[in-house]
Design a protein around this ligand. Structure first.
Ligand SMILES: NC(=O)c1ccc[n+]([C@@H]2O[C@H](COP(=O)([O-])OP(=O)(O)OC[C@H]3O[C@@H](n4cnc5c(N)ncnc54)[C@H](O)[C@@H]3O)[C@@H](O)[C@H]2O)c1
Length: 251
């Protein structure tokens, strides 16, 4: 069963990792997808993989006008918006004391303000077509403290709180807003983190072993949750933080 047949979707950070897997899964479920990313060439390559009516658009989610234009591109092309995934994100490894103010501002700008703009403009577009589903990529770092990730944890905690508040405000308009809290997912992001260690292979093994189920979460497993949240099967799921972490926060 293709659960998103004919749906009009926008995914940010869709040129890589989790966002790319979500765009692929949505297309496989019958959706048309705008592949939004700051890296236009990579986004175009993903849009080509998806085929059909899918297309790429450059967006820097820290800029409200660009997020508005991204949503506007779906509405202009397809007459409305049914699904918005605010997924673009960045991280910085540091404690509060070691976090440069510029890094703090960048992480909050991309992860939290970018999500705020995405929710804001998606709600406006979805109102006009009677409802929709908004999915924010949070993190387990928004639910528990992760060592050496102060700004990242704060930004993702903000995403969880924003999701809940907006969900309550807009559920009566037929707009459901939820977030996903992944554990450690095997994407290029992990490669960038482990590259900073003296022995990247060892660092990768350590990260993997930290997961109670003994392996990384796959981007496809996050995409499966996103497809569920995008579909009417999740009609009573509102303001939730759906944990997909192999048990990391269960112990
Ligand atoms: N990989 C993990 O272990 C993990 C765990 C929990 C949550 N997450 C979250 O999942 C999301 C995706 O991460 P990923 O692992 O796929 O990383 P990734 O680096 O593979 O992909 C992130 C994408 O976001 C894009 N991006 C960055 N800044 C942007 C901006 N200002 N505007 C538009 N696009 C921008 C990048 O170009 C890239 O294509 C992030 O929000 C991240 O915080 C990742």
């Amino acid at each position: 069963m293709r659960r998103l047949e004919g749906s009009r979707a926008v995914v940010t950070g869709a040129a890589s990792g989790i966002g790319r897997a979500i765009a692929q899964r949505f297309a496989a479920e019958g959706a048309r997808v705008v592949v939004g990313d700051v890296d236009l060439a990579a986004a175009q390559s993903v849009a080509r993989e998806l085929g059909g009516e899918c297309f790429a658009q450059r967006v820097d989610v820290t800029r409200a006008t660009e997020v508005e234009a991204l949503v506007g591109a779906a509405v202009t092309r397809w007459g409305g918006l049914d699904v918005m995934v605010n997924n673009a994100g960045v991280g910085v490894a540091a404690t509060v004391c070691d976090t440069a103010e510029s890094d703090w501002e960048r992480v909050i700008a991309v992860n939290l303000s970018g999500t705020f703009y995405g929710v804001k403009y998606a709600v406006a577009a979805m109102r006009a077509c009677g409802g929709g589903s908004i999915i924010n990529t949070a993190s387990i770092a928004g639910l528990v403290g992760v060592p050496d990730r102060a700004a990242y944890c704060a930004s993702k905690g903000g995403v969880v709180a924003l999701t809940r508040a907006a969900a309550i405000d807009h559920v009566h308009e037929g707009i459901r807003i939820n977030c996903i809290a992944p554990g450690t997912v095997d994407t290029p992001w992990i490669g960038r983190i482990t590259a900073g260690y003296a022995d990247p292979a060892q660092a990768r093994q350590t990260m993997e072993a930290r997961q109670p189920h003994g392996r990384f979460v796959t981007p496809e497993e996050i995409a499966a949750m996103a497809a569920y949240l995008a579909s009417s099967e999740s009609a009573s799921v509102v303001g939730a933080a759906m944990i997909v972490d192999g048990g990391l926060t269960a112990r």
